[in-house]
Design a binder for this molecule. Sequence first.
Ligand code: GDP
Ligand code: MG
Length: 164
Amino acid sequence: SKPIVAIVGRPNVGKSTLFNALAGEMISIVKDTPGVTRDRIYADVNWLNMQFTLIDTGGIEPESKDVILSQMREQAEIAIETADVIVFLTDVRQGLIDSDAKVADMLRRSNKPVVLVVNKVDSFEKLMPDVYEFYNLGIGEPVPISAASRLGIGDMLDEITKHF
Ligand code: GDP
Ligand code: MG
């Protein structure tokens, strides 16, 4: 069966935007339970001659802010259990925060392949200096993208698929 790639990251870093960019334009977002956002969380992705199943682990997330860390831990556990490759998505505008480091520790200990992706790098020229901070997570070289502008997506997919 196809490899499974899971996206893990804090609320608002751009998981759904990246998911939709990779899955195409036909994704619907459904809000049906108060306090819960339920996105479509699985998609089939084709890249060059490769295929994989993509999971947005944030597809079901409480909107309360005081549970972000526990929610991220839960997402990371789901990803570690089910995925062949984990995309850890961060946000260059919010920068590196404590919960990112805690989740990075969990991912590192899992021994699963992790691709560290830094989103919202809308201008590589202006924002690359801010990307280097993410080396401090100790999970490898940060891959800059702009999910909204679809910059860096090809290089990111190369980094993901080389673990298949
Ligand atoms: P999620 O909570 O991680 O699923 O994040 P969303 O995909 O819902 O995105 C959160 C916000 O970040 C939205 O307002 C998006 O439009 C915005 N966003 C996502 N990707 C980018 C990007 O590459 N650049 C910028 N500037 N904003 C982005
Ligand atoms: Mg989302």
